[in-house]
Ligand binder design. Sequence first.
Ligand code: XMP
Length: 477
Amino acid sequence: MNSIPIALTYDDVLIVPRRSGLNSRSEAVTTTRLTKKINLHIPLVSANMDTVTESQMAIALARLGGIGILHRFMTIEENIEEVKRVKRAQNFVVRDPYSIDPNKTIGQAKEFIAKCGVTGLVVANDDGRLHGILSRRDMMFAENDHALVSEIMTPRAKLIVGVPSTTFEEAKNIFAQNKIEKLPLVDEDNKIIGLITSDDIRLRIDYPLANTDEKGNLLVGASIGVKGDYIERAQELIKAGVDVLVIDIAHGHSDLMFDAIKNVRAACTDVQLIAGNIATSGAAQELCEAGVDGLKVGVGPGTICITRLVTGCGVPQLSAVMNVAATAQKYNVPVIADGGIQKSGDIVKAIGAGADTVMLGGSLAGTHESPGLIINRDGKKYKVCRGSASFAIAERRQKVGQEKKEMNEVTPEGVEAVVPYKGYLAEIVGQFIGGLKSGMSYTNSRTIGELQKNCDFVRITNAGLRESGPHDLQDVR
Ligand code: XMP
């Protein structure tokens, strides 16, 4: 019995404060690595759970400096659409703007606008030359749906246009001076090369930490499995523009995982590939040697997880992160601490244990941007949060042809529950990052790299844990 090692989780420890040279937490910089090639401005990743990450969450989190990993419990077509939504949400230049023929009717234009979710269209016929713009303002009083687009649009002669090499600063000035909403870019033959919108300019100003690709589109990840259509899904997701794939299975240290890594690498050579979930140094070593670009750690710590109860297997999360990170560092592979993060202090501890980023499920499940409707119960608002290995997901997977088992053959390792509605993601992220930066200040860490090195943990007792929260108070209400 004495040879059984102790493993710890976040609440078992505290970080000993150090003398700090940071005068303000604003001096702490949270830039970090998601994979070997992808950096993030803040170390937050939203979980690939169906109650956490679809395009709305991925857009909101990428704008704030993190990244969302789309879940995969949908058809490949739906998955592609989700990636495209994120990619279209923000651009510097829209390279392939939605366009309409000048001979279509206003009724047809309205339908097209609603379908595409945009505010206006460039007007061009088959030759791709600019005829005009059909803007929000043009449409505002257009009551006759039978009128032609060419009659209502702002014609080319009245348009201010840019050239293909127009820079962000130049575009910003043109918008400011001319109070326009859209700036089409055309070449010397009047062919449409792209479109810059005032919304995109505003977004770049409003979200200075947004993580974008070289085209100015938001970064997004997507998860795949190790069976069925996963190779086709991976290829299609990459075609749609996904930046990183996460091969995500409950037990990532398995032959199935190694086969999947080999197959995905063969089919999609250049993709940034994260693999998980794991909890040991041995798994980290083998996956790093198999050539992954990131590791995801966590067997059973999640809010809705019952893996440890059902299987008896798992490793408390702080120890799991320490074990994996120590090995991953030798291979220069970044680590995501996935699951069990409830408070900002847990993020500080996870990074102090060696993680580069943290993945959040339950704590983002109740936000405005998470999928699903708000439920009202006794005057209080809730949203649903469910495990990816729950009955509910097995049913969802069955509907899209991913689950072949009968429901009575499924042994769930996750539950379905409600979590309080928490409002907008920005507020939650603001609190998490505020706490992280304060933790960086307490440990004299100006960077995430320094935080990874500067944490001296002490184990605490139940009395210490009790002392750490509010205590010996009476409820105000
Ligand atoms: P939190 O604590 O942030 O954890 O809610 C999110 C992570 O939990 C994992 N996950 C599961 N684990 N059964 C499990 O044992 C499940 O059904 C399940 N669903 C999600 C996953 O790693 C996620 O990122």
